[in-house]
Design a protein around this ligand. Sequence first.
Ligand code: NAG
Ligand code: NAG
Ligand code: NAG
Ligand code: NAG
Ligand code: NAG
Ligand code: NAG
Ligand code: NAG
Ligand code: NAG
Length: 826
Amino acid sequence: MSSFLLPSFTSLVLILLHFFVLVSSTEVTHDGRAIIIDGEKKLLFSGSIHYPRSTPEMWPHLIQKAKLGGLDAIETYVFWNAHEPRQREYNFEGNLDLIRFLKEIKNAGLYSVLRIGPYACAEWNYGGFPVWLRNIPGLQFRTDNKQFENEMQNFTTLIVNMIKNEQLLAPQGGPIILAQIENEYGNIMKPFGEAGKRYVQWCAKMAESQNIGVPWVMCQQPDAPQPMINTCNGFYCDSFKPNNPKSPKMWTENWTGWFQKWSEAKPHRRAEDLAFSVARFFQTGGTFQNYYMYHGGTNFGRFAGGPYISTTYDYDAPLDEYGNLRQPKWGHLKELHAAIKMMDKALLQGNATDTDLGNGVTATKYTDEGNACGCFLSNINTTTDFTVVFEGAEYFLPAWSVSVAPDCKLEVYNTAKVNTETHIMIKKPDTCKEGSQKLSWSWLSEMHGDNLKGVGSFSAQRLLEQTSSTVDDSDYLWYMTSVDVKEKEVMVLSVNTTGHVLHAFVNGELVGSQYSLKSEWNFVFEKNVSLNAGINYISLLSATVGLENYGSFFEYDSYGIVGGPVKLIGNGNNSIDLTKNKWSYKIGLNGMEKQQVFADENCNTRSLQWKTDYIPTLKPFTWYKANFESPIGDEPVVVDLLGMGKGAAWVNGYSLGRFWPNYTADPNACKPCDYRGQYTDSRCRTDCGEPSQRWYHVPRSFLKAGLPNTLVLFEEFGGDPLGINFQTVTVGTTCAKVDEGKTLVLTCQAGRLISDVTFAAYGDIQGECGSFKTAKCESGEPVLSLIKQECIGKPLCSIDVAIEKLGACASCAGIPKKLAVEAVCS
Ligand SMILES: *[C@@H]1O[C@H](CO)[C@@H](O)[C@H](O)[C@H]1NC(C)=O
Ligand SMILES: *[C@@H]1O[C@H](CO)[C@@H](O)[C@H](O)[C@H]1NC(C)=O
Ligand SMILES: *[C@@H]1O[C@H](CO)[C@@H](O)[C@H](O)[C@H]1NC(C)=O
Ligand SMILES: *[C@@H]1O[C@H](CO)[C@@H](O)[C@H](O)[C@H]1NC(C)=O
Ligand SMILES: *[C@@H]1O[C@H](CO)[C@@H](O)[C@H](O)[C@H]1NC(C)=O
Ligand SMILES: *[C@@H]1O[C@H](CO)[C@@H](O)[C@H](O)[C@H]1NC(C)=O
Ligand SMILES: *[C@@H]1O[C@H](CO)[C@@H](O)[C@H](O)[C@H]1NC(C)=O
Ligand SMILES: CC(=O)N[C@H]1CO[C@H](CO)[C@@H](O)[C@@H]1O
């Protein structure tokens, strides 16, 4: 009996033990130096990935790539208006499945930082606030206001309860080690006076009362009360000091690049400068650092903030919009994380001593009672490189760089010496199947119907504010009225609007369209119009392009034709003021919000009269539809919308977001980019004079293998769809320039192979990927043929940069040598 029972008893204990390990709780505290996890101080690298800006199918890959890049944690905001689009009606489906996202982080073995806010900013529509908040009488955003505090507490509690129920907090065995309440309030609180200060106290108390068992942070909040940890956001945070000696120095947003607006050129931040800012932060006592963004992604649907935030939220982040590694940024940061982690004991246990070596060069040595040490040597001089000797070791420090020497003897990393390969990404047309390039289109006109005859669904004796009327259920609001004139006459229709887009119809004819220019949202539309004797219908369609997401009092911002005036001005200065007329209103477009022309056809039974007789171009308010085959392979897919004006796109019923390729970027905003010196977001822009966004991400999970996949476009201003095509994004060229003693690694993507090596030399190499040239000296060995032999036909090749292999190159004596290679992926 007992011999029978024993093994099963043992396995029961084992199962229990196993279970215990799986759900074991993690204790998270902190002291003035660091976050402490299960009694151990930690250096933490974190990165922001916003779950709604990708798809659940992408999440595991993004998180794995973040882990491989040396991150310990993933940070995200929680997006209130996405989850509670109407008061007490919730949505946590699809890419809004916050719990699934947090579980993916847990499965990958990473920590998570949850910024509940619930104010997000984040270039997200209305900063994450539901527009219905503004219709609650007396409600004021982000201040000591009962109505607001009730709603904020209600939503915060809902989220906390959800994560508690799913055991997602660290003490419950979950991944969440930190949470955030409010967000960058300190930056905008001044105009709120005493009420703002009371609100900060209220936020802290409310957060604490949630009993989550992990620390709360408040970023950019100099008066954050204990135990809230005040943290820093910015391009650099080296000079930041928390407001209390009990709080560790933490950086919750390190901007890895910048966001883009319609009308703007593409922003970039060089890997050398980003690595510099991170190394400086740890040199000066930082212990937690978060990349904003690590993966920026896409503003699907109508979630782009504004006004005028583009659909791409690529952010020049270490993972590109589609989830590809952005090289060299991703790899250069991965090496930095590893170098800093090599000396984590010294950093976390030790004390720092700074030595000023002159001209902006500082050595910082961390020592832990003689056991461990770690050194940073920084050169913040923006123009001059220096070679310095510190404690007997020599360091070459390029301008604006930091060297990491984990044993204080040998540099293992310098932020300006990039040894990681550079990927030049290309978009490949889907040419494998014959004829698949040419899409065949059908079309139909938007059904304005009765709106051109002034028939709406509600009316008022004045010109209403747009978003309080639509509650942001649509970008579009019709304002309609009629006017009786005695005789046929040409008059100027004058409409004063707060933006962003106005289309004016008189007696059913579109008489003109205009949109706000970025610098001034308000504009006055003026157009000569012919009026008939008798009743004339004036129908004005106003559209918003993303709502404000930042600033004090943005709940009072107005959108649309609010207040007007709207006038008809005649020849003899006789003017008819329509402002106080009876106006009829209609929310949304018939085709978009009512008929849902874009919806997946398999899922509904409407019969729409799509026409194929000819395909009209430059025709405003037109729907276009084409079927296409899913591009083969598993590389990311984009659709090239060059030729289109402004509108919105869907694939198989899934929104790709708004498009506006006709809006070109300022032609004069681009200058050559030097990473040295204080970065600002206007500094490294490219693609001036080009459409600010031409390619739109079509996540693979939106596609069905085989026919039919359906692309539907709504074109508002008029465009030409005939050039539209689908492409895949892949590595076109990979190159690297690597110091002696390091290893050169080249990779292609998704099983593609290196098909050619177009440059390879060892010596004193100048220039960048695409323009390498040998300067003073070069190895006599046939380096090119050697590299060809090693690399061609392989998905990855790796070469140790050493004299034995590459030749001595006698003429290079005393000059630092590099191996540079440029290769093509097929
Ligand atoms: C949120 O408000 C609703 C009423 O609108 C109430 O039923 C619910 O209990 C509130 N939730 C919390 C956590 O207070
Ligand atoms: C940078 O170095 C130059 C010498 O090359 C020096 O004149 C200048 O003062 C330095 N700048 C700073 C900020 O130390
Ligand atoms: C660091 O400095 C503090 C006081 O300045 C001292 O008490 C402590 O022992 C030092 N720690 C180490 C590891 O040197
Ligand atoms: C247009 O409206 C704005 C407010 O929305 C107002 O400041 C401005 O004075 C108006 N302009 C005209 C010409 O009435
Ligand atoms: C309207 O037409 C008149 C006469 O052709 C012209 O002088 C005026 O500039 C026009 N106004 C607008 C707003 O186009
Ligand atoms: C119309 O008004 C403007 C300014 O208010 C004035 O300069 C102009 O002379 C007037 N024209 C007529 C025909 O009355
Ligand atoms: C934008 O549209 C206008 C008018 O249709 C056209 O002339 C122009 O070439 C377009 N620009 C781009 C970049 O598509
Ligand atoms: C103060 C400030 O500019 N904050 C911005 C920091 O960057 C994030 C992300 O781009 C924005 O959301 C903040 O508004």
